[in-house]
Design a protein around this ligand. Structure first.
Ligand code: ADP
Length: 491
């Protein structure tokens, strides 16, 4: 049977005792609850925490909350709610020599720590609770309101990935058992850029509905501590990891495979651009893959996938840097990851003007990377610097890496990696390019064939480094990105 302990009947530690003639005060509101993670355990299933009340927890009958496990101390800890600067904060003071643990970390005897929504508190080896704020204390998104707190509707699971602004974890919807992903924004990143980026992402995501774009279901904004809030963004869960990992594990992708993936990317991008939305941060880390495996050899594959795969769906993710392009048709924030960023974004100008075409440059870089396994612009290919290579549109199709690739692929790339953004192929035209059309007669193919030059790597000069090698030698794109963004910031 479920039992619940409320603090309403408990004394407020700071209050003097009431005289019998005084009118009874209404209980202070419950701010949060601790939920027992083991429904079969003997301890209370739910412990309500009320404003300005402190609860003592332990094995002794003198405690407010009595827990029976043998490894729980007589007086184990105190949990209280303080009202500070107009906010309710929940703290825990460890009184035990056996230790109280928050998210697996020991608080330590006589130490006090803040407890936040979603924190797991372990009073003993087999006695764990999770804290969540009451629904009335949470601010729900007005766009697609969920009911109550995130933890009312979802059970949180393993970490799926970490980004610049957030952690992404697995979660299961309690009502349906559906597996989803939740992006939990880092509440400590409170700088203006972070807040702007977050609101921008939420605004955009709630309006988007396309099979090649990660679906977003609902958002919850909940207190994290006295001064910060955390946003939970519930997303469609994508099971096959990042395109980045696929390239790294295979070295490079087959031509027909790249074609099939990129045409899905184009479809998602076409939808976004038709809504006047630029993604602005397209790179292999932001392209997720939803993979359905074959259950037998007789299962007919939907495309040129690996032998064990039935279907691979591209899902564009992470709109952290995306923005609606308004009437002025340009945005003025410097953004994106340098290796994939368009030249106009890097140009040293007080008025940076760029639009959806920045995505088409990134698509050019993406197709290039998929087909040969290394990026067209990098420090190793210099001099000049990667920045200068991008600004000048200086890249080449190195032999022998490009020898076997169809001319039409080179043609498409060279129509995308065009420094003059007004001359760059738009998504509607790029998606109709002959490279995507397997059945188009050879004659037409030849008409649009690539007329540029295939460069040869000069020995001892510029040697491309494969993405896979970069990762092995910890020369990940992030390392480059960081080094490079310093350069960009100074521009
Ligand atoms: P940030 O905006 O902070 O950079 P991302 O949106 O890029 O965060 O997410 C970080 C990582 O989490 C991704 O690279 C990916 O590995 C994983 N991830 C993100 N969204 C999902 C999802 N819907 N399903 C599965 N994994 C995801």
């Amino acid at each position: 049977m479920l039992s619940s302990v409320s603090l309403s009947r408990k004394r407020k530690l700071s209050d003097p005792p009431h005289s019998s003639s005084e009118p009874k005060k209404l209980p202070l509101p419950a701010v949060a609850s601790l939920y027992n993670l083991d429904p079969a355990a003997t301890g209370p299933q739910q412990i309500e925490l009320r404003r300005k009340v402190c609860l003592r927890v332990g094995r002794s009958k003198k405690n407010d909350i009595i827990l029976t496990p043998a490894d729980c101390s007589t007086y184990h800890c105190e949990i209280g709610v303080s009202y500070l600067n107009g906010k309710d904060i929940i703290y825990l003071k460890d009184l035990s020599s056996n230790g109280t643990f928050v998210n697996g970390l020991l608080v330590g005897k006589d130490n006090t720590c803040l407890i936040r929504s979603g924190d797991k508190i372990s009073f003993a080896a087999e006695c764990h609770y999770i804290l969540k704020y009451q629904a009335s204390f949470t601010l729900k998104s007005a766009r697609r309101p969920g009911t109550g707190s995130f933890y009312d509707s979802y059970v949180i699971g393993e970490l799926l990935g970490c980004g610049h602004y957030a952690q992404v974890k697995e979660c299961v919807r309690r009502s349906t058992g559906e597996s989803c992903a939740v992006k939990i924004f880092n509440p400590t990143r409170k700088d203006a850029n972070w807040a702007t980026s977050l609101n921008r992402e939420l605004d955009i995501l709630m309006k988007i509905d396309h099979p090649n774009i990660v679906r977003s279901y609902e958002t919850f904004v909940e207190p994290y501590d006295a001064n910060t809030m955390t946003t939970y963004l519930v997303l469609e869960k994508v099971n096959g990891g990042e395109l980045f990992n696929r390239i790294v594990s295979k070295g490079k992708l087959r031509q027909n495979e790249t074609k099939a993936l990129m045409s899905q990317l184009m479809s998602g991008l076409k939808y976004l651009h038709s809504l006047d939305i630029a993604h602005r941060d397209l790179k292999p880390e932001n392209i997720l893959l939803d993979i359905t495996l074959r259950s037998s050899d007789s299962d007919k594959q939907t495309g040129p996938w690996d032998a064990h795969e039935l279907d691979v769906k591209v899902k564009i993710a992470d709109f952290g840097l995306a923005k609606f392009i308004g009437a002025t048709k340009f945005t003025d924030t410097l953004c994106g990851t340098p290796a994939y960023v368009a030249p106009e974004v890097l140009v040293n100008s007080t008025e940076r003007k760029y639009t959806k075409t920045v995505d088409m440059w990134s698509v050019g870089v993406l197709i290039y990377v998929c087909l040969c396994g290394f990026p067209p612009f990098s420090e190793e290919l210099g001099p000049p610097s990667m920045r200068q290579q991008i600004i000048e549109g200086k890249y080449a199709f190195y032999s022998p890496y490009w020898d076997e690739i169809e001319d039409s692929a080179l043609d498409l790339i060279s129509r995308l990696l065009v420094v003059d953004a007004t001359k760059r192929l738009e998504v509607s035209k790029a998606s109709k390019h002959v490279w995507f059309d397997e059945v188009r007669p050879k004659k037409e193919l030849r008409e649009t064939a690539f007329k540029g030059t295939r460069a040869v790597v000069t020995r001892g000069y510029s040697n491309p480094i494969m993405l896979a090698e970069r990762v092995k030698s910890s020369l990940g794109d992030d390392t480059l990105a960081r080094a490079y963004s310093a350069d960009v910031d100074m521009a």
